[in-house]
Design a protein around this ligand. Structure first.
Ligand code: KIV
Ligand code: ZN
Length: 513
């Protein structure tokens, strides 16, 4: 059996199904490029038949990505599969991932189909897909809760039709590691042609065991593909987290004995990009990518780490892309040093115009903040790429006053296209007053679903605040992110960034599995 573990990233498909995490085509493309730098084997770019927006997103990712296989999800019907094939036409390496539910519950209540109908539809779908693409993945949705005898019949049939990967989802996160691992092993033993396909695991995190279940599927079950998302993003409690699975397999190579092709130094940049784009912040104590994952607070631990690093550290922060809050640039740094730092961070800006604009922002930040860290640069560049794409509203100036016993007041000047506006309002606090001022002028009626502030670098009040604002208007949900040493300014920037997305014509894409 192969000792290569295939990493299949579904941040842009299953991860995006998380309410509020939907992304524009440009955002998906930016993340896909980062996934390529991370060297994931397969990028599930979306669900082409679910909307025109998702079709376009899959298509541009397929046309752009060269090093990873690009995949689209498709229900087990000709229309979905043909649409997926069409979107993937430009890919150097393409995969169609087709699925149909096989548990009694799903077949009876959701599909209203008999077992024989489901078996036939799965067979026909894979046959049809195989005529369009030679790399076909089949998933029996809710596979873990399906009757094993029936499941074996379906799996055998789809392998006969040419499926090259068989993925066994624990769609509702019900599995227990040992049971899931044994389930995969027994399917592999019972399906007569099982050696003709690669077996894959796909676990949801409802009981907090998605990573453990996936690893058991690999170790006990012999699966050689793991489906996962950056930061474990996904509906409900999320999916199996890519960074945890990858670092478990790399760190415990002695136990797993498997190779993964991932460039781990790109993990933290990928995590930050996904968090910034979706507004789903990473909890500080999250393994590998949480802000505290490598912080040693207790004196005993600090002392141990200083004497010998491996007393308390099993991985090195820099190996997964943490830059240890290094002060990297200052006010006097030039454009070349800035550009070099972007390269070292693996950040690719598309054009010289983007580099120039980001450099202007960097200089502005350096005037106001004495120490600039890698994290500041990443935030600034994320801001820049969003700005280049879709800036209609732009913050020009903000002043606010707050005093104990007085109601806070804010005055905001911003541009909308070529017009300039100034608006004032009172609020419960300076942030509330600033957002109310903007809203009083624009009257968008957008509903604020989420407001959160994060320090970009830890350990100092000098840190920039990174604000995420989630707005809903007319059925669309968008996230805006803004960063600034002044959190009121960061909040106004985030609010305008979200309004820019609502204003833009870019169709939001929300795939449904
Ligand atoms: O969780 C699930 O069952 C899925 C399938 C569509 C693969 O995401
Ligand atoms: Zn799923």
């Amino acid at each position: 059996m192969s000792d290569k573990l295939i990493i299949f990233d579904t941040t842009l498909r299953d991860g995006e199904q998380s309410p509020g995490a939907s992304m524009t085509r440009e955002e998906k493309l930016r993340i896909a490029r980062q996934l390529e730098r991370l060297k994931v084997d397969v990028i599930e770019a979306g669900f082409a038949a679910s909307s025109n927006g998702d079709f376009e997103a899959v298509k541009s990712i397929a046309d752009t990505i060269k090093e990873s296989t690009v995949c689209s999800l498709a229900r087990a019907n000709d229309r979905d599969i043909a649409r997926a094939a069409e979107a993937l036409k430009g890919a150097r390496s393409a995969r169609i991932h087709t699925f149909i539910a096989t548990s009694e519950l799903h077949m009876e209540k959701k599909l209203r189909m008999t077992r024989e109908q489901v078996l036939e539809q799965a067979r026909l779908a894979v046959r049809f897909a195989r005529n369009l693409c030679d790399n076909i993945e089949f998933s029996p949705e809710d596979g873990y809760r399906s009757d094993p005898d029936f499941l074996c019949r379906v799996l055998e049939a789809v392998i006969e039709e040419g499926a090259t990967t068989l993925n066994i989802p624990d769609t509702v996160g019900y599995a227990i590691p040992e049971l899931y691992g044994n389930f995969i092993r027994s399917l592999r033993e019972r399906v007569p042609n099982s050696d003709k396909a690669i077996w894959s695991v796909h676990c949801h995190n409802d009981l907090g065991m998605a990573v453990a279940n996936s690893l058991a599927g690999v170790k006990l079950g012999g699966a050689r593909q793991v489906e996962c998302t950056i930061n474990g993003l996904g509906e409900r409690a999320g999916n199996c987290s890519l960074e945890e699975v990858v670092m478990a397999v790399k760190t415990r190579r002695d136990y797993f004995g498997l190779e993964v092709g991932i460039d781990a130094s790109q993990i933290v940049p990928a995590s930050r990009m996904v968090a910034q784009t979706t507004g789903f912040v990473v909890q500080p104590n999250k393994a590998v990518v949480g802000a505290n994952a490598f912080a040693h607070a207790s004196g005993i631990h600090q002392d141990g780490v200083l004497k010998a690093r491996d007393t308390y550290e099993i991985m090195r922060a820099e190996d997964v892309g943490w830059s240890a809050n290094k002060i990297v640039l200052g006010k006097l740094s030039g454009r070349n040093a800035f550009k070099q730092r972007l390269q070292d961070l693996g950040v690719a800006l598309e054009s010289e115009a983007e580099v120039n604009a980001a450099f202007v922002r960097f200089k502005d930040l350096a005037d106001r903040k004495s120490e600039i860290f890698d994290e500041d640069i990443i935030a600034l560049v994320a801001d820049e790429s969003v700005t280049q794409e879709q800036e209609h509203y732009r913050l020009l100036a903000l002043s606010q006053s707050s005093e104990t016993g007085e109601r806070p007041h804010a005055a905001v000047t911003f541009s909308a296209g070529h017009e300039e506006f100034r608006a004032e309002a009172d609020g419960n606090g300076p942030v509330d007053a600033s957002l109310k001022a903007i809203e009083s002028r624009l009257q968008t009626g957008a509903e604020l679903l989420l407001y959160s502030v994060n320090a970009i670098t830890s350990g100092s009040t000098e840190s920039q605040g990174e604000v995420t604002v989630r707005l809903q208007l007319g059925g669309r949900v968008v996230n805006g992110v803004g960063a600034d040493p002044d959190i009121v300014v960061a909040s106004a920037k985030a609010y305008l960034a979200a309004l820019n997305k609502l204003h833009s014509k870019a169709e939001r894409v929300a795939a449904q599995g």
